[in-house]
Ligand binder design. Structure first.
Ligand SMILES: *Cc1c(COP(=O)(O)O)cnc(C)c1O
Length: 375
């Protein structure tokens, strides 16, 4: 099976982890700091605070900007549940904004959702494609809101050569195994705001401030959301490879773009040539006439060794959300969910693999030319 995304671990990655395993510090040593400085430097942010997942990083980002009971964030339903879950964990309410057919939040609809309770706008760079961050920033500024960018798909991407991570008040990355680079599990918040960075460090580690000798003081509620030293060592080793990884995914993405151009039964997502998508996912969008056979298409692709997946069920359609907030409908988010199919695209694939994937996709979908739902 060729998975839709996976990690690429090489001998030097393994060696850097083993080195830490043989050392004196498995946690709270110097590697985490080194990793954080390298991440901040790479993306052009002043501070990076690492976490043991992007979920805990989101929890931290929301907490340090004071999000709580009665507050709202405006976010996208086409994301992994953690984006909105962590706001709910603090007592806040996610307000879902509809999307565009590239999977990203529709920046033109954001302003209409702002209320006196809104604290932050939380866009997600879906599949790695950068959101319209400048427009979102302007809206936020006008209404005195924060922009917290969930860039879990987008590490290494850029807009006109300026890296994702240098635009928002806080940007969150994931280093989960199948994300652009990995620490196994892991995440980070990058920011230029010193106060946020300080509070994030406290939130990550029990809210304890170390003083002299054995003296310490717990000054804020905190958690243990720390990354281990060996995870940071893996992250550092992976970080050196991020451009190569993105190049491979970009090459495969462009190859698919060409193979699938002008197909009558599905479309792909356009990426502005002046933007670099991290190409975390390669989504196909089936035309509505194929929605009734999507399960069939999905199963056939899996049977032929394509580890396809669907990203994402609109978050508000999950039982937890329905029970809490009732039924809601956003037409493009739902159309996108019915249309979307993510096919394999990652740094472990060869061009031969990519050719096999493209051939197989065209063969399987091609069978429906005369037999879709409403033909
Ligand atoms: C993966 C992901 C997360 C959660 O990341 P973890 O590191 O697994 O906690 C959050 N948001 C988005 C958009 C993601 O893709």
């Amino acid at each position: 099976m060729i998975p839709y995304s996976t990690q690429l671990i090489e001998e030097d990655d393994i060696a850097s982890v083993v080195e830490i395993l043989r050392s004196s510090h498995l946690t709270q040593g110097s590697k985490v700091k080194e990793f954080e400085e390298a991440i901040a430097h790479t993306v052009g942010a002043k501070y990076c605070v690492s976490f043991n997942s992007a979920t805990s990083a989101l929890h931290g980002a929301y907490a340090v900007c004071g999000l709580g009971e009665g507050d709202e964030i405006i976010t996208t339903p086409i994301s992994f549940v953690a984006t909105s879950n962590m706001a709910i964990a603090l007592g806040a309410k996610p307000i879902f904004c509809d999307i565009k057919m590239d999977g990203n939040i529709d920046e033109n609809l954001i302003e209409g959702l702002i209320t006196s309770h809104t604290k932050a706008i939380v866009p997600v760079d879906f599949a790695g494609k950068p959101v319209k961050i400048h427009t979102i920033h302007k809206i936020a500024k006008k209404h005195n809101l924060l922009v917290i960018e969930d860039a879990c798909h987008a590490f290494g991407g850029d807009i006109n050569h300026q890296k994702i991570g240098s635009f928002a008040d806080m940007t969150i990355f994931s280093f989960h195994a199948i994300k652009p680079i990995t620490t196994g599990e892991g995440g980070a918040v990058v920011t230029d705001n010193e106060e946020f960075a300080q509070k994030l460090r406290l939130f990550r580690s029990h809210g304890i401030v170390k003083e002299q000798l054995w003296h310490s003081d717990m000054v804020e509620m905190g958690h243990n959301y720390r990354l281990t030293e060996f995870a940071a060592a893996l992250g550092l080793s992976q970080l050196h490879k991020v451009d190569r990884f993105i190049n491979i995914r970009e090459t495969i993405g462009r190859y698919y773009d060409e193979r699938f151009e002008h197909h009558p039964l599905f479309t792909t997502i356009f990426i502005d040539p002046s933007h670099q998508s991290a190409r975390h996912l390669y989504p196909l969008l089936l035309i509505p006439e194929l929605h009734c056979v999507k399960e069939e298409i999905f199963t056939q692709m899996q049977e032929r060794g394509l580890g396809v997946q669907v990203h994402y069920k609109p978050i508000y359609q999950n039982s937890f959300y329905k029970e809490r907030y009732g039924e809601m409908h956003l037409s493009r988010a739902e159309l996108f969910y019915r249309s979307e199919l993510s096919i394999p695209c990652h740094q472990k694939m060869t061009m031969e693999n990519a050719k096999y994937v493209a051939d197989t996709v065209l063969e399987i979908i091609g069978k429906y030319t005369y037999g879709g739902c409403n033909f």
